[in-house]
Ligand binder design. Structure first.
Ligand code: ARG
Length: 479
C-alpha cells in the first residue's frame, strides 16, 4: 500500500491491509527483509522528518475529504483525526518515535497512527500514494519557506531604509571598477540594496504563486478510482486549486528549482553587500565600524577585528548555488513520473533555506549594527578627481562645448592637477584657463562633492531630495 491507491473495504471490522512494521507496508509482495545496505540507502527519515507538520496537515485534509465523499466512515475519520492529534502532540513533546525501519516520514506517521488507533489507520491511505503525498508535503514546505523568506527580506529592507534615512546627505564616493567615480551619498548606496532585495522578494512571491496548486489526489500517478474531491483538499490547504495533470502532479519539482534559483540570486545579492561591508571595514577604507557584536578577534593578532559574519554571508552564496546545481542534476533527464531519485530533492532545499535564513538574519543584524564614519567617507568622496564629470558638464552647459571636447579638456585638467599634486577644486583658475580661456571662477562651485551630489537631480539620482523621495516611498510600502 505504499505507492498505489488500492480500493480498501469500508468497515473497520475487516482486517487491516497492512501490519504496523517496516516492510509490512508492502509485505504482501515480499517474503524477505531488505539488506541492511538497502535500508541504509533507502532511508530518508533522518531528513524528511522536517516535513512532519506538512504531512499531518495533508493527512487531516485528506481524511476529512474521504469522509465528506463517503469513502470512509465518520467514525474512522474521527479516529484518524484524533490519532493525528496524538502524533502531533508526541512530535511536539519530542516523544514521537522516528524509526528508520519505516523509511520516511509518511510511513513513520502511518505506522505510529496504527499503533495509536488500530486498523482505522489503514484507511487513511485510501486514494493516496506516497507519490502525491510527498509532492504535497514538499510543496507546502517550500511555500512556507517562500513566505518566511519574503518576511525576512522585508525586515532587511526596513533595516536598510532605517539606516539610509539619516544618511541621505552623507557624502561618500561612488565607485565603478572599485575606482572613485562620482560622489554619491551613503543613503543612496544603501537604497540600491533595497531595490535589489525587493526584486528578490518579488521573485519568491512569483514562484509561490506559480507553485500554489495541489498535487494531492494524483495518487500514484494516474489519479484515483474513488470519488475524491481534489478541489476540496486543495482549498483546505490554501491552494488555488488542484494540479490539472496527475502525471505532472507527482513528478514536478520545478517549483523547488525555481525557489532555489530565486534563493541563489538573493544569496548573490547578499554576498555583494557582504563584500562591501568587508571592504568598508578595512582600515584602508575605514568607511564603517561594526561593534563587537558582529566581529571577531584573532587568536594571535591582538589588534584584529574581523568581519566574519559578512564573510560567511558572502560564502553562503556557494551553498545556495550548490543546492540549485544539486537538484538540477537530480532532475535532469528523469522520465515521468516519480523516480526514487526525487527523494534527494529535500536535502538541498532544506540546506539552502537554512543558509539563506541565517544569512538574512545576520545581514539584518549587521546593517543595524554598522556605524558610518562620515568624515572618512566625505574625504574619500573628494579624492580621485571624482568631480571631473562635473567640470566637463559645466563646460557643456556654460560654454556650449560638445561633450566630447569638454571631456578632453577635463582630462587635461586632471592630468595637470596630478602633475601639481592637487585635487581638481584646488587647481588655480589660470591653469584651467590655459586649457580653455573662457572658464570663469564660477566653475569652482560645481567642483565640490556636495555640489556634485546636489546636482544629480534626475529621477533616481544621488541628489539628497531624490534619495529622500525613495526612502519615503519604501517606508510606506514596508509599513
Ligand atoms: N520518501 C519518498 C520521497 O521522498 C516518498 C515517496 C516514495 N514513493 C515511492 N514510490 N517509493 O520521495
Amino acid at each position: 500500500m505504499s505507492d498505489t491507491s488500492s480500493p480498501t473495504p469500508k468497515t473497520t471490522a475487516s482486517p487491516p491491509t497492512a501490519e504496523a512494521g517496516g516492510q509490512a507496508m508492502w509485505g504482501g509482495r515480499f517474503a524477505a527483509k531488505p539488506a541492511d545496505l538497502m535500508q541504509a540507502i533507502n532511508v530518508s527519515i533522518g531528513f524528511d522528518r522536517r516535513l512532519a507538520p506538512q504531512d499531518l496537515a495533508g493527512s487531516r485534509a485528506h481524511a476529512r475529504m474521504l469522509r465528506n465523499t463517503a469513502v470512509i466512515t465518520s467514525e474512522d475519520e474521527a479516529a484518524i483525526q484524533a490519532g493525528l492529534d496524538k502524533v502531533e502532540a508526541e512530535i511536539a513533546a519530542g516523544t514521537f518515535p522516528f524509526r528508520e525501519e519505516f523509511e520516511d516520514i509518511h510511513m513513520n506517521v502511518e505506522a505510529r497512527l496504527r499503533e495509536l488507533i488500530g486498523p482505522a489507520a489503514g484507511r487513511l491511505h485510501t486514494a493516496r500514494s506516497r507519490n502525491d503525498q510527498v509532492a504535497l508535503d514538499f510543496r507546502l514546505w517550500v511555500r512556507d519557506a517562500c513566505d518566511r523568506t519574503i518576511e525576512q527580506l522585508s525586515g532587511l529592507m526596513s533595516a536598510l531604509v532605517e539606516k539610509a534615512e539619516p544618511n541621505a546627505d552623507s557624502i561618500m564616493p561612488g565607485f565603478t571598477h572599485l575606482q572613485p567615480a562620482q560622489p554619491v551619498t551613503f543613503g543612496h548606496h544603501l537604497m540600491a540594496y533595497v531595490e535589489m532585495f525587493s526584486r528578490d522578494a518579488s521573485r519568491f512571491a512569483d514562484a509561490r504563486r506559480r507553485m500554489n496548486e495541489s498535487p494531492l489526489g494524483a495518487a500514484a500517478l494516474a489519479g484515483s478510482p474513488f470519488p475524491i474531491d481534489r478541489h476540496a483538499t486543495a482549498s483546505e490547504l490554501g491552494f488555488e486549486g488542484p494540479m490539472r495533470n496527475s502525471l505532472d502532479a507527482v513528478s514536478a519539482r520545478d517549483f523547488a528549482l525555481e525557489v532555489l534559483a530565486a534563493g541563489s540570486i538573493c544569496a548573490i545579492n547578499l554576498s555583494r553587500l557582504a563584500e562591501e561591508i568587508v571592504i568598508w571595514m578595512t582600515p584602508q577604507f575605514g568607511f564603517i565600524r561594526l561593534t563587537d557584536a558582529f566581529t571577531t578577534g584573532s587568536s594571535i593578532m591582538p589588534q584584529k577585528k574581523n568581519p566574519d559574519a559578512a564573510e560567511l554571508v558572502r560564502a553562503k552564496a556557494g551553498r545556495l548555488l550548490g543546492a540549485f546545481t544539486q537538484l538540477a542534476v537530480v532532475m535532469k533527464g528523469l522520465p515521468l513520473t516519480y523516480s526514487k531519485d526525487m527523494q534527494e530533492d529535500k536535502v538541498p532545499v532544506f540546506e539552502a533555506f537554512d543558509a539563506l535564513s541565517l544569512s538574512l538574519a545576520a545581514m539584518v543584524g549587521m546593517v543595524g549594527d554598522l556605524q558610518p564614519n562620515l568624515d572618512r567617507m566625505a574625504a574619500a568622496a573628494g579624492a580621485g578627481f571624482s568631480t571631473a564629470t562635473d567640470l566637463a558638464d559645466w563646460l557643456v552647459r556654460e560654454l556650449g562645448l560638445p561633450f566630447r571636447e569638454a571631456h578632453h579638456i577635463t582630462g587635461a585638467a586632471v592630468r595637470r592637477a596630478e602633475e601639481l599634486g592637487c585635487d581638481l577644486p584646488d587647481l588655480p583658475l589660470g591653469e584651467l584657463q590655459k586649457l580653455e580661456a573662457r572658464i570663469t571662477q564660477g566653475v569652482f562651485a560645481v567642483l565640490t562633492p556636495a555640489a556634485s551630489v546636489a546636482s544629480r537631480k534626475s529621477f533616481g539620482g544621488a541628489a539628497p531630495d531624490q534619495v529622500r523621495a525613495q526612502i519615503k516611498r519604501w517606508k510606506e510600502i514596508l509599513r
